[in-house]
Ligand binder design. Sequence first.
Ligand code: SF4
Ligand code: SF4
Length: 218
Amino acid sequence: MTITLTADDRTIQAREGSSVLSACLLAGIYIPHLCWLEADAPADAPAACRLCFVEIDGFREPVAACAVTVENGMTIRTGTEAVRSLQKTALKLLLSVHRVDCKHCPANKACQLQNIAKFLGTGLACKPFERVLKEPEVDSRHPVWDYYPNRCVLCGICVRVCPQHHPHSLLSFARRGFETVVGYFDVDPVAAADCVSCRACLESCPTGALVQRTAGKG
Ligand code: SF4
Ligand code: SF4
């Protein structure tokens, strides 16, 4: 069933059960986001990046658009001052744990973080937050690709796309809090051979955190 709602003074249509983020993006209304996949249902939305804030009539405060289901007659505003302020803070927090070295990054010019920083007009600085980075800079335990924790925004997309291509997921989050990283369960040669032909995680990563070593990038 199709639902009608208003976003930024435009009347748009959305599929019943879809998220506000999905409805706006599919209608050509951009909302900054890093962790969303089109297949995500609002109930399963990770709401990890905290970038997709919007204001919705009837809600006391801005909400993550990925986690709210569309309703008939809903009125959404995606670019208010409060929304932009929250998005800028969320981006700066992400950048406070990020090694910004675009010149040497394989994602340069194709990076979602760069695009969002440009959209919000903030650049890639993290002020007033202090920048804190993880050690080591690169995890090379996987036979095929390298993982750069200081380029990872912990969006979880790689973790969610992996089981769509394998009988079981080879990836998972490991550790907690600031130390959280993407880890992998299975690095035997059979799994590695699968990874060479699959590349789903590398191709869906919004930054340069996963780099195929055999391609000589990084
Ligand atoms: S992941 Fe993006 S923002 Fe970070 S260094 Fe690479 S290109 Fe720059
Ligand atoms: S490696 Fe890439 S896709 Fe995976 S969590 Fe980090 S930024 Fe997201």
